[in-house]
Design a protein around this ligand. Structure first.
Ligand code: FES
Length: 115
């Protein structure tokens, strides 16, 4: 199984959100911590087939109320825990979840995605 080192867990900033490019997935991976749980999503908006990146600036993935991941293309909002689009043009579609493992405070990604 192919693994890729992404970052140290301490790289998540005070907002508990961090993104970094993955060579395995050829896109950014969004890491977000909420209620003590860590989630990893592919930075690829399901509004379009090719999954455009969602942030205007690095790590600006949160809605103004900080409650959702948000695509700044057309304002889609996604549930942080499930990746489900709950508002916007891709309502009902989901972000792509990424398998990861934490080994000695370092985050590694798996090649496979969760279906
Ligand atoms: S590209 Fe994300 S909402 Fe349109």
């Amino acid at each position: 199984m192919e693994l890729e080192y992404l970052c140290k867990i301490t790289e998540l900033n005070q907002n508990d959100i961090f993104s970094k490019h993955s060579n395995l997935f050829s896109k950014n991976i969004i890491l977000i911590r909420r209620n003590g749980k860590l989630y990893a999503w592919l930075d690829a908006c399901p509004h379009y087939e090719n999954g455009p990146a969602m942030a205007l600036k690095k790590d600006q993935y949160l809605s103004p109320d900080q409650q959702f991941l948000m695509c700044f293309g057309h304002g889609a909002k996604f549930d942080i825990a499930t990746g489900l689009c709950v508002h916007g043009p891709c309502l009902g579609k989901k972000l792509t979840p990424i398998y990861f493992e934490i080994i000695s405070d370092e985050i590694f990604l798996y090649k496979e995605t969760i279906k």
